[in-house]
Design a binder for this molecule. Structure first.
Ligand SMILES: Nc1ncnc2c1ncn2[C@@H]1O[C@H](COP(=O)(O)OP(=O)(O)OP(=O)(O)O)[C@@H](O)[C@H]1O
Ligand SMILES: [Mg+2]
Length: 373
């Protein structure tokens, strides 16, 4: 399952239009998609559920439940929009959550925990963020391993983007949570030399951290959203349709680089051994260290394909501890919920290779202890 936050603290740069249309195109490509609306403005909800009337339960209820110490289930909130496309709606009440949850330990992990509960039901979770970096955006970032940063080509946008990328770095340093972020140029008019210069500047500055697709200004996108439908249900011969289709294709193309079911995953058994995989677009070197190789970095380098790093290791049945070492930083496997504190600080990931399972060589048959899908 890929988890993608659509995030930029700047307002009106196309986050919601991107969330709606990317989700809808992915669903058309037979991917199972959940769009989570984390913006109290509820624009993604309106843009997809306008006809359906106000939702009975929203993300507000989910957060509130958790604040009351009860388990919060995303399933209770989710509404089906059409085949392969569900939405977890939001409305203005969500704006009360940061104050209501002030001081609650673990409040930034609520969305991440909730999404873990639907892992297996979706191929993609897309999270539409509000235009600020507060508790709601932090929840989205902690829940996602990728980010799309829509950016309208203006001077102020260039200024803000540096700040946002810094936020990702802080998150990585303080919580060991890494996000592969890429900028998406939106609202592109292409007519003025200034706009062209800004786009050139973005590409120079963000080598490898931007999409090749550029979203042109297309009034049909705004019209479709105001009718509560994605662009494909409104017009198929317009720049908005072509551009979001191209963006989706660009995103799907990366799936080819993902080891299993198109995704990096917790360790999986292959006929060659146990396949470890990790997504880290910006890393220069990644090693796999564990008790099975005496935690040594010698010969434990992983191979990058796209932004996904892989290594296959032959392991006899047993229980193992391991970590990924990304450019010198030791971290647990973000896709494996089974962890144990290490004597040296932080957490190790735990992997159990089962005796019966090890002999079967079926791709999905190495179990982490609490695997839910
Ligand atoms: N490519 C586009 N062409 C024309 N209009 C667009 C395009 N993308 C977005 N818009 C319009 O621009 C406005 C802002 O877009 P959108 O709501 O997606 O931005 P946002 O970043 O989600 O805003 P906010 O920060 O308020 O949540 C909306 O009216 C939307 O319909
Ligand atoms: Mg929005």
């Amino acid at each position: 399952m890929r988890t993608i936050a659509v995030v930029n603290q700047k307002g009106g740069c196309g986050k919601t239009i991107t969330s709606i249309n990317l989700s809808a195109f992915l669903a058309r490509e037979q991917r199972r998609v959940l769009l989570v609306d984390m913006d109290p403005q509820g624009h993604a909800t309106l843009g997809l559920l306008a006809e359906a009337g106000p939702p009975a339960r929203t993300m507000y209820d989910l957060f509130l439940q958790r604040a009351a110490g009860q388990p919060a289930a995303l399933r209770d909130v989710i509404r089906t929009v059409r085949d392969n496309l569900d939405v977890a709606p939001a409305d203005i009440l969500l704006s009360a959550i940061p104050d209501t949850l002030a001081g609650l330990v673990g409040r930034e992990n609520i969305l991440s925990d909730a999404i873990a509960g639907v892992r297996g039901s979706y191929d993609y979770v897309v999270v539409d963020c509000p235009p600020n970096v507060g508790l709601l955006t932090f929840n989205a970032l902690k829940a996602c391993s990728e980010a799309i940063v829509p950016m309208d080509p203006s001077f102020f946008s260039l200024h803000g983007i540096g700040k946002l990328l810094e936020t990702f770095d802080v998150l990585a340093k303080e919580t060991n949570h890494h996000i592969a972020a890429r900028v998406l140029v939106t609202l592109y008019s292409g007519r003025s030399a200034f706009v062209k210069a800004v786009v050139d500047e973005i590409r120079r500055h963000l080598a490898g951290r931007h999409f090749d697709t550029v979203i042109r200004y297309s009034v049909k996108l705004a019209e479709a959203a105001s009718h509560g439908v994605p662009i494909a249900s409104y017009c198929t011969r317009c720049a908005g349709f072509e551009d979001y289709q191209a963006l989706t294709a660009e995103l799907l193309q990366q799936e080819a680089a993902f080891p299993r079911d198109g995704q990096p995953s917790a360790p999986a058994l292959t006929s060659e051994g146990v396949m470890f995989s990790l997504q880290a677009f910006d890393a220069e070197r990644v090693h796999l260290a564990g008790d099975f190789n005496d935690w040594s970095l010698d010969g434990s380098e992983m191979e990058p394909i796209g932004g996904v790093w892989k290594k296959v290791v032959k392991l006899p049945p047993g229980r193992y501890r391991y970590r990924y070492v990304i450019d010198g930083r030791w971290q647990r496997d973000p896709l494996n919920a089974d962890i144990e504190p290490s004597a040296y600080g932080g957490d190790d990931s735990i992997l159990v290779v089962d005796e019966s399972v090890a002999s079967e060589h079926s791709p999905a048959s190495v179990y982490t202890e609490s695997a839910s899908d």
